[in-house]
Design a protein around this ligand. Sequence first.
Ligand code: GAR
Length: 219
Amino acid sequence: MSVQTAKKRVAILISGRGSNMVSLIEAARAPDYPAEIVLVLANRPDAAGLTRAREAGIPARAIDHKAFSDRTGFDAALQAELDAAGIELIVLAGFMRILTDAFVEAWAGRMINIHPSLLPLFKGTHTHERALEAGVRLHGCTVHYVVPELDAGPIVAQAAVPVLPGDDADALAARVIVQEHRLYPAALALIAGGGAVLDGGRVRLAETEHDAGAALISL
Ligand code: GAR
């Protein structure tokens, strides 16, 4: 007999088109998926992902960061929305706004991000251009817990893709995003279901989840 536990209440934070958000919303439709996407927030009113979320039936709101004089005010508004919706886990999906250390620390162990590189390589922006410049043969994406230092938190999952002759940044980005859409739902499922836990600054898989752990690595 399987024990049915409550689904984790998840908010997705976006800034743009929201393709990762869509892949998470679709995965979470499965009856046995351990997380429920209950809210989408964007820091830009023109984020295309807001419309996509509403079309999928998810409440979606913009909190325009330009309406706040500092990061603390914006983060307080964010926190109020998250509290009102009873959010347990935050998933950053193309959210391009730096959060205050205080906000990040308040959500320690309960906020994850996807980054378009094989961390710890190529933290920050323009990762595909920089991978090409560096001449690496493998590139990819990483799901990690968020800590105050940018793109530096414990790694949950990674997928690698080859860098092929003739690639430009767009071609490489197109290959990476396919993996992002597969990896992020798998990583969220393991975290929300308790199969992946933080342990001394690293992510440890529960012994019962070692098979599922294969979904967190892809070559
Ligand atoms: C994704 O490639 C994601 O990895 C990246 O932004 C893109 C968002 O696309 N995130 C970062 O660069 C975070 N530093 P999406 O809006 O279609 O999901």
